[in-house]
Design a protein around this ligand. Sequence first.
Ligand code: ATP
Length: 221
Amino acid sequence: MIGILGGTFDPVHFGHLRPALEVTEALGLEQLRLIPCRIPPHRRMPVARSEQRATMVERAIAGEPRFVLDRREFFREGPSYSIDTLRSLRGEFGDTVPLCLIMGADAFAGLSSWYEWETLIELAHIVVCQRPGYGVELPDEMRDWAAAHQTDVLADLAARPAGCLWYQPVTALDISATQIRDLLAGGRDARFLLPEAVRDYIHEHGLYGPEAADDTARDDD
Ligand code: ATP
């Protein structure tokens, strides 16, 4: 089974990494691919450039052999739609390997606004991690769909390539990239919210600090 965690990772932090590891262990994933987006479809452009966000992920996951940085979204024009990423992964890994698309409860609550959202589960299982501050209340259009796909039997995920919705309890970490960017923009320290290697990179490259405030939204590399 292969896990997929997409995001802006602007920057990557322990709220991404610890739940990702817990999902990896709970589901017995062979690998978990962290896939930074180039152009997020539903939000403003990231502050750090694509390659900087990827390098921060690379530094964060060094030493965890099951975690793999995947840059495939950088090579596509236009918004980075997850459905295209899943099709690309299917093209690479074939139709039979179980793929698990992992997301936090905040992302899941907005899933019905994603491009071709109902097709996502035909290509992968969807694994939802709780996130502090976000409940499991779903919009009306997702309720029947969620009930039809949810399983409480872990073995279902390994038994087929896609089609299941799984809720994974994880350690609740109330950390967001927004909080980290705000701390740094205010000249404060983000230590212990993210790996030291990522914090060092941020300081080496002058990212997110008060002096970097106008150097934003140029993520067309
Ligand atoms: P921002 O604050 O810039 O919106 P973010 O911290 O939410 O960023 P993203 O890169 O947008 O981070 O998130 C990527 C994925 O990781 C999403 O599926 C999101 O739900 C999940 N995620 C991020 N932070 C947490 C957290 N603290 N706990 C659980 N899931 C998280």
